[in-house]
Design a protein around this ligand. Structure first.
Ligand code: AHR
Length: 511
């Protein structure tokens, strides 16, 4: 009897110490022997709208500006975006797209009309950044362009002529106009969307009505090989996906979906920088909804497109908080903390893991709006924690995703729990890259990896973390969050053990 109770005590002590240390609860099997779909580089895409200081001030300052620039494009921003290997930029909106008439933005600048940006602060839009400027900017940073056509207040003819103006090498009134405006050769623009949020700011349509409109526009978008994108669902509107797939699968290359991570309610979203650990938990819990959304929208698409020809494109995602105090509410300017780094890492892992269906994503938005990778103030520029996660994850672009089996500890806050670990992996040129987020802001996580199909000889790593959950990079101050070398992964006779610090995003590379 005595012996039995001693055994029990030993067992309990063992269980308690294992759960406190987190040891051996976490195990990840990486199937390097079963590479899956290629992770399209467009999954690492960005979104740049005529909103606040995204375009004007952020990307474009004009060639007369005192801020150093290349033909009007900020030299510092161009350099940072090139380093980031930005593969794709979506433009001109967003809600702005369905108010935009592209002919206002071509030709001599002095003759371009000014309009009111009705969605975003009612400010004057002088159209000095138009089609040529956008496409030249994409060429400068080495990114593909994705143009969003105007359906809400535009016409089929206007859309059809825009496609022709940009892509055609034939003789026609539109190509003649392009040449007059200084561009002899067409641009190679593959991605074109028919309207934005047509269930809302793009026209408040029913999916049945929009499906017909979509097919009409798609018929007159005449350019070989272009990728035609239908405006997709708001969050979990699976009916929208169902109707679009049922009615228009044959005319469509991609269907979008939009989901923003909002910690609280839409009318009181919460501060970007002032939050406690329970708001940190709720934010990450809400961002994990992306897994459910991608899975369920994909399942609807599978019914009509079992061979997965049509891409699911998350062409707007990211955090959405209250604007920074004292800034124009119509400009959606927010700071970006370590919490945003975790949000970025988690979402990008989800997209990698669904590479068979998710072919593009566009974080909203590139500069000075919502979850930006860059913030600018006059001459100054700041790289955000989200920037560093995108930089770290760029190794996944065009690599083949590797399936993972994850068994992990829970991260508990109050009565709610979520997985403490979120991860994805890929292989390119014989190098296995694993990106891991430790969502728990208090506990580090020790993980044992079983890498099947690779006998690795060396391991290297990078990490994005900080001392505080709300650490951020600000103008004029030393960076609080950046990317550093990570050295806590150890290879021992082919097996890999790693300790992932609390509240961090880590890249481990093996070869
Ligand atoms: O990104 C800000 C806005 O959010 C976009 O213009 C719109 O598409 C979405 O509702």
């Amino acid at each position: 009897m005595k012996k039995l109770s001693r055994l029990w005590i030993l067992l309990i002590v063992l269980l308690v110490s294992v759960s406190l240390s987190g040891i051996s609860q976490n195990r990840i099997i990486v199937r390097a022997d079963q590479p899956g779909s290629k992770i399209d580089k467009a999954v690492y895409g960005h979104f740049a709208e005529h909103l606040g200081h995204c375009i004007y001030g952020g990307i474009f300052v004009g060639d007369k500006s005192e801020i150093p620039n290349i033909n009007g494009f900020r030299t510092d921003v161009v350099g940072a975006l090139k380093d980031l290997k930005v593969p794709l930029v979506r433009w001109p909106g967003g809600c702005f797209a369905d108010t935009y008439h592209w002919k206002d933005g071509v030709g001599p600048k002095s003759e371009r009309p000014s309009i009111v940006n009705v969605h975003w602060g009612g400010v004057t839009e002088d159209n000095s950044f138009g089609t040529h400027e956008f496409l030249n900017f994409c060429e400068l940073i080495g990114a593909d362009a994705y143009i969003n056509l105007n359906v809400g207040s535009g016409t089929v003819q206007e859309a059809s002529e825009w496609v022709e103006y940009v892509t055609s090498s034939n003789e026609s009134p539109m190509t003649k106009l392009r040449k007059q405006n200084g561009r002899e050769k067409p641009w190679n623009v593959r991605y074109w969307a028919v309207g934005n949020e047509t269930w809302g700011c793009g026209g408040n349509m029913r999916p049945e009505y929009y499906a017909d409109i979509y097919k009409q526009y798609a018929t007159f978008m005449r350019a070989p090989g272009i990728y035609k994108i239908a405006s997709g669902a708001n969050v979990e509107d699976y009916k929208w996906t169902e109707v679009l797939m049922r009615e228009a699968t044959r005319q469509m290359s991609g269907l979008s979906v939009h989901y923003y991570t909002v910690p609280r309610e839409w009318n009181k979203k919460g501060s970007a920088t002032q939050f406690n650990d329970s708001v940190w938990f709720v934010t990450l819990q809400k961002t994990l909804k992306m897994e459910e959304l991608v899975t369920k929208h994909s399942a609807v698409m599978d019914k009509y497109d079992p061979n997965k020809k049509v891409g699911l494109l998350v062409d707007e995602w990211g955090t959405w908080y209250d604007v920074e105090p004292g800034t124009n509410p119509g400009f959606l300017f927010q700071q970006n903390t370590l919490r945003d780094a975790l949000v970025a890492g988690i979402n990008l892992n989800i997209f990698n893991n669904h590479a068979d269906r998710v072919r593009m994503s566009n974080i909203a938005q590139m500069i000075n709006v919502l979850q930006s990778v860059i913030l600018t103030k006059d001459k100054e520029m700041v790289l955000t924690p989200t920037y560093y996660v995108f930089k770290m994850y760029s190794v996944h672009q065009e690599a083949k995703m590797l399936p993972l089996e994850i068994k992990c500890n829970q991260y508990t806050s109050g009565t709610k729990s979520i997985d403490a670990i979120n991860a994805s992996a890929s292989i390119k040129d014989g190098v296995v890259s694993i990106t891991i987020c430790n969502l728990d802001p208090f506990k580090s996580q020790d993980i044992s990896f079983d890498i099947q199909g690779l006998s690795a000889a060396s391991v290297t790593g990078k990490i994005v973390t900080a001392n505080k959950i709300n650490a951020y990079n600000d103008f004029g101050n030393k960076e609080e969050v950046s990317m550093a070398d990570y050295k806590s992964a150890k290879l021992n006779k082919g097996s890999l053990e790693a300790s992932i610090p609390a509240k961090s995003v880590v890249l481990i590379q093996l070869k």
